[in-house]
Design a protein. Structure first.
Length: 346
């Protein structure tokens, strides 16, 4: 469908990250709940183009372990929608003709014939879709049980059987992104893995938000723990295995309730943390408290890059933490978890 800002009814705030704010909205014409992420950026043509390119990729990504992308609207600094529409067949400068965006997924000013300029949009320029926007609203699938960081706060830790199912979904999502679209996620962490009451686990925040989030090293270290692999910190070749490292750290955090390298609130702490990630032996789980399968699996994820398996290799291990619970179906288990969370809310 064609997304317009005025069709989105704000319901509540879902959270705030470094790159922007996420709101639960109702898309009134379709009666569909959505999560709307607002990201502001520099008003510049290059950034705009990059975002358009990435939105187009998002539009082609469809997998049961990836958050569905519904569409995007460019806005100007006043927060006013610049939603003169672009049809998939638009032929403006910034959109390649052959790579059509189905469903009018991306709205922005353009040179299309049927543009409707909102009366309240003073900054509109018909010349160029990039120049007058410095923000974008990205509408995506709403996940009603929220992200794993929130879930962890509620539960304190997650049982191994849940972690096993979650990890399978995460790795399948990563493998899909990489093998079908050559995309690395680059920002795997609990807040970017979400659950819904259908018992589905899905990845968010690759592509556009990743580009905007991780432009500079500095940005990456504001506020939160870092899930970055040693090789990425050192500026080495970054591969799909960097995402596997992040999965390993996330597993330690979700099973123990604590980020393995501890908190880093002071500026000194950040440098210290980076140094420790690069120089120290990787963290591991205590074997007295967790199954050997989980401990072995985490150890594999946190190996140095050349010895670290890919997501597909991990999924294909004949006997592992992932196969340990193969007789229990993922859907019912995770639905059970979602019901537990719903009860906690009350
Ligand atoms: P960072 O900015 O470091 O990536 P973050 O992931 O927490 O941190 P956002 O991506 O802006 O920041 O998300 C903010 C919060 O909104 C998340 O923690 C999550 O709980 C919630 N959220 C994000 N996307 C959705 C979604 N599709 N459905 C439901 N809740 C969501
Ligand atoms: Mg996020």
């Amino acid at each position: 469908f064609h997304l317009r800002q005025q069709d989105l009814l704000t319901l509540k705030s879902l959270g705030e990250g470094q790159s922007g704010t996420v709101t639960k909205v109702l898309h009134v014409p379709s009666n569909k709940l959505m999560a709307k992420k607002q990201i502001m950026f520099e008003k510049n043509f290059k950034v705009q183009n990059q975002i358009l390119r990435e939105l187009k990729i998002l539009n082609e990504v469809h997998h049961s372990s990836i958050i569905e992308f519904y569409g995007a609207v460019f806005i100007d600094s006043a927060g006013i929608s610049d939603d003169t529409e672009t049809n998939g067949s638009s032929n403006n400068d910034t959109t390649e003709k052959e790579s059509r965006i189905p469903n009018d997924a991306v709205s922005h000013s353009s040179s299309s014939d049927d543009k409707k300029i909102p009366s309240n949009n003073t900054n509109y320029s018909s010349e160029n879709s990039g120049v007058n926007s410095n923000g974008v609203l990205i509408c995506m699938e709403y996940m009603d049980c929220g992200s794993l960081d929130h879930i962890l706060k509620k539960l304190g830790f997650l049982k191994e059987v849940y972690l096993s199912k979650i990890t399978i979904n995460v790795l399948q999502g990563l493998n899909y992104l990489y093998s079908n679209h050559k995309i690395l996620h680059r920002d795997i962490k609990p807040s970017n893995v979400l659950l819904n009451s259908r018992g589905e686990i899905k990845l968010a925040d690759f592509g556009v938000s990743r580009e905007l989030n991780n432009n500079s090293i500095a940005d990456t270290f504001v506020g939160t723990s870092t899930y970055m692999s040693p090789e990425r910190i050192q500026g080495d070749v970054y591969s799909i295995k960097g995402d596997v490292w992040s999965v390993g750290l996330m597993l330690i955090e979700l099973s123990t309730g604590e980020f393995p390298f501890g908190k880093k609130d002071t500026p000194n702490g950040i440098l210290d943390l980076l140094q420790r990630i690069v120089n120290e032996d990787p963290p591991s789980l205590p074997r007295t408290k967790f199954s050997n399968e989980l401990c072995d699996f985490v150890d594999l994820c946190l190996k140095r890059q050349n010895e670290r398996p890919t997501p597909l290799e991990l999924l294909d291990l004949p006997r592992s933490f992932l196969t340990k619970y193969q007789n229990e179906e993922s859907g019912p288990l995770l639905r059970h978890l979602s019901r537990k969370l719903k009860k906690l809310k009350k």
